[in-house]
Design a binder for this molecule. Structure first.
Ligand SMILES: [Zn+2]
Length: 104
């Protein structure tokens, strides 16, 4: 094993270890904590210390980073969908596309 790989493994171990623990007066959020405050975190309604604790967790936890990203993307997508009916030409286009698909 190269020295670099050994170092990376050590880092990952350390990072996993800090989750849910209090380090230098600051608690690193656990995955559960993140799930609990996710809404508030995204809406930016957490206190500074809570936000820092989540930020730190995201720094060390890849799973939660991915989770948060998917979550954010979904919210953004839903927010982008206008609250108006689909334009007629677009709906015609979709119908046309669907019919062509079914014809094959
Ligand atoms: Zn996590």
């Amino acid at each position: 094993m190269t020295e670099y790989n050994a170092g990376m493994r050590m880092m990952r171990k350390m990072m996993a270890w800090v989750i849910g623990k209090k380090i230098m007066g600051m608690r690193i959020a656990s995955c559960k904590d993140l799930a609990r405050v996710l809404y508030d975190y995204i809406d930016d309604e957490l206190s500074d210390s809570e936000k820092r604790s989540i930020d730190m967790h995201l720094l060390v936890c890849k799973d939660c980073r991915n989770y948060l990203k998917t979550y954010r993307d979904t919210i953004q997508m839903v927010r982008k969908i206008p609250d108006t009916p689909m334009p007629q030409d677009f709906s015609d286009y979709l119908e046309d596309l669907l019919r062509k698909r079914l014809a094959h």
